[in-house]
Design a binder for this molecule. Structure first.
Ligand SMILES: [Zn+2]
Length: 414
């Protein structure tokens, strides 16, 4: 009996030793992004560095200049670091000021890369068909240039800018997220990761413990709404307007001051929802329901206030736009929505994986690992979460954006 126990313990110890030694490289191999395909739709503008995106944007502006198109460019440099700009381009309508199309990209820094590609799709496939006599275009590109440069969702203060668009901080309850504090230890571990095999074991152990003690719903709820109490945590919405937010708020306000009758805003994001599908995610303040939105835009993937998968957040750009309009009491018509490119998927398991990748990146930001394999794994996973290299995914983003954007322009512009 004793002998049997010794053998079994030995076998287990052997397996664990083997897993410790070879596990990390197997995990990295499984998570490694596939090599980028040589050529696919818009492949030449899927950039990986902020500077490339910005240079490309300025080249597009130059193109308008050379073509004699009336335009105004304003580059707002954020204070954090030299060379980080929010670039705003305004192409006024030629005659009547009827419609203004507003596009925002990179509110979540790393999502600015796919946002930049979609600006190209817009210039090439949507813009030529707009009636320039009565329609102007305003692009606010790279709202979170710091997050873009450092490939983070958050900004220079670890703030999630799409949770930072609060209309009135004085009347905002910072403790709005009641569930986050309950699962804080799962969502922001305060130590660096080391061996990837043991990190996996620890994470899933902590997950099971939190599911048992707090329930799966508590974890889901903690994640979706943003939180305002843990500055080093995930989805931290800040305690006041961030510099980028204050700037964009001011621009939004100008668009509603009555020069244009009708404002149509699209904020480009990635990371949430079914893979290979872009979702039109309407604000809770938009009165069109899911069926109406689908029919109006001729586009099937829609989430509206009445959708099963709808979730309310605090401080996002689209909600803010509607609330600002209400506060200003303006007659300007407004449609403000989010185009969200799904990456991981939308099952319960997918949402756990998305959460895990998010937590790991943030943990590694505050407590950097000195384990190279772990470092690589975190990087590959974060890229997969927001900007997959896979050709099929990239081609579908272009096709979906073009279709949805055409549908919105056709239905919403006068
Ligand atoms: Zn986003």
């Amino acid at each position: 009996m004793k002998k049997k126990l010794i053998v079994v313990s030995g076998v287990i110890a052997g397996i664990l030793l083997l897993a410790t030694l070879v596990g990390p490289s197997l995990i990295l191999k499984a998570d490694r992004q596939e090599a980028k395909a040589e050529s696919y739709a818009y492949s030449e503008v899927f950039f990986d560095e902020y500077d490339e995106v910005r240079t490309h944007f300025l080249e597009a502006v130059k193109g308008f200049e050379n073509a004699g198109v009336e335009h105004q460019l304003y580059s707002y440099e954020i204070a954090e670091e030299e060379g980080l700009y929010i670039d705003t381009l305004y192409l006024p309508s030629k005659e009547e000021q009827t419609n203004l199309v507003v596009l925002t990209t990179g509110v979540h820094g790393i999502e600015g890369y796919i946002g930049s590609v979609m600006l190209d799709v817009f210039w090439q496939e949507i813009y030529p068909d707009l009636d320039k006599d009565n329609t102007g275009v305003l692009v606010i590109a790279n709202v979170n240039p710091y997050g873009m440069k450092y490939h983070r969702r958050y900004n220079e203060n670890n703030v999630d800018l799409n949770r930072n668009f609060i209309l009135d901080w004085n009347n905002f309850d910072l403790a709005v997220n009641k569930d986050y504090p309950k699962v804080e230890s799962l969502l922001s571990p305060k130590k660096s990761m080391n061996n990837a095999f043991w990190h996996e074991a620890q994470f899933y152990g902590s997950l099971v413990k939190n599911v048992v003690t707090e329930g799966a719903d508590t974890i889901s709820n903690a994640l979706l709404g943003g939180q305002y109490e843990y500055p080093q945590g995930v989805y931290f919405g800040g305690l006041e307007d961030q510099e980028s937010t204050a700037y964009v708020k001011e621009v939004f306000e100008k668009t509603l001051q009555g020069a244009y009758e009708n404002v149509v805003h699209i904020d480009v994001h990635s990371g949430y929802g079914p893979r290979y599908n872009m979702v039109i995610f309407n604000s809770v303040y938009e009165t069109m329901n899911e069926a109406e939105t689908k029919a109006l835009f001729g586009y099937d993937n829609v989430i509206s206030y009445d959708s099963e998968s709808f979730y309310a957040t605090t401080g996002d750009t689209t909600d803010f736009y509607y609330r600002l309009k209400e506060k200003m009491g303006t007659d300007t018509e407004l449609f403000s929505t989010c185009f969200e490119f799904g990456t991981i998927g939308d099952s319960f398991l997918d949402s756990i994986i998305s959460m895990k990748y998010t937590v790991e990146e943030n943990q590694n930001h505050w407590y950097p690992t000195d384990n190279n394999t772990m470092q690589e794994i975190v990087k590959e996973r974060y890229q997969e979460l927001f900007y997959p290299t896979e050709k099929e995914w990239r081609e579908k983003t272009v096709a979906d954006f073009a279709q949805a954007c055409k549908g919105v322009m056709k239905a919403k512009l006068k």
